[in-house]
Design a protein around this ligand. Sequence first.
Ligand code: NAP
Length: 248
Amino acid sequence: MRTMRIAVAGATGVVGRHVVAVAGERGHEVVPLARSVGVDLTTGAGLEQRLAGVDAVVDVTSVRTQDRAGSEAFFGGVTRSLVAAEQAAGVGHHVVLSIVGIDDVPGGYYAGKVLQERLLAEGDQPWSVLRATQFHEFAEQVLHFVRLGPVSVVPRMTSQPVAAREVAEALVDLVEAGPSGRVPDLAGPEVLPMHRLARRVSKARGLGRRVVVVPVPGKAGRGMRDGSLTPGDAGARGRTTFDEWLGA
Ligand SMILES: NC(=O)c1ccc[n+]([C@@H]2O[C@H](COP(=O)([O-])OP(=O)(O)OC[C@H]3O[C@@H](n4cnc5c(N)ncnc54)[C@H](OP(=O)(O)O)[C@@H]3O)[C@@H](O)[C@H]2O)c1
């Protein structure tokens, strides 16, 4: 396998850190992109120079919003900035991490992910998209979304969580494989309710959060509850269970 130069957009995030680690372990050179390392991808300033000599960009950026307009502005803006700079710098592959079931669950955040995928499908930059389910790590992220004193309000949600490390391995596999379009979804080994995972992570880490579970109203909430965010029988499966991850 030839070693590559890989830019990781969102290199400091939950899955981005694993992408950086996995790529490094396989001998690839990593160019990190995030505001904390001086690159704001919503403006794209200085991006083209950072992409000099890069073979592929992995986009694992995110924004904390449930607002449709905000999510579309972020994922649309980041995708347009990255693709324009990739084409100017001669980068031949754009890899995106997306989410299982986003067409069936009309949540505000998911609308931005749908736009991100559509911009690639309709554009002419060679691309790959992997959809994954929520990470095991999401059970802790979700504790911070809506906090009222010691209470964390968690949506009622059926999930099939997967270890972020295994998602990162699949993303680096995709970089190495070259532009592949949309590939089979990746999920974890078990279907589990998110609020129970949130309670378990709070207890195991001594976070002291009181988890209150609420059903999100409307079609998006129904989709979150009815398993639309899980892949059914199709696609690939991670091996690490939630308990193994929590105990590690
Ligand atoms: N979390 C999950 O369970 C899950 C499951 C499936 C798919 N996904 C997808 O995976 C991706 C990553 O999710 P995550 O949970 O790992 O995200 P995260 O932990 O919230 O990390 C987000 C990353 O994006 C960077 N970022 C944010 N705004 C930026 C900007 N304007 N310019 C440059 N960098 C920016 C952040 O760094 P700075 O703050 O330093 O800029 C950080 O490195 C998302 O697209 C998400 O939809 C997530």
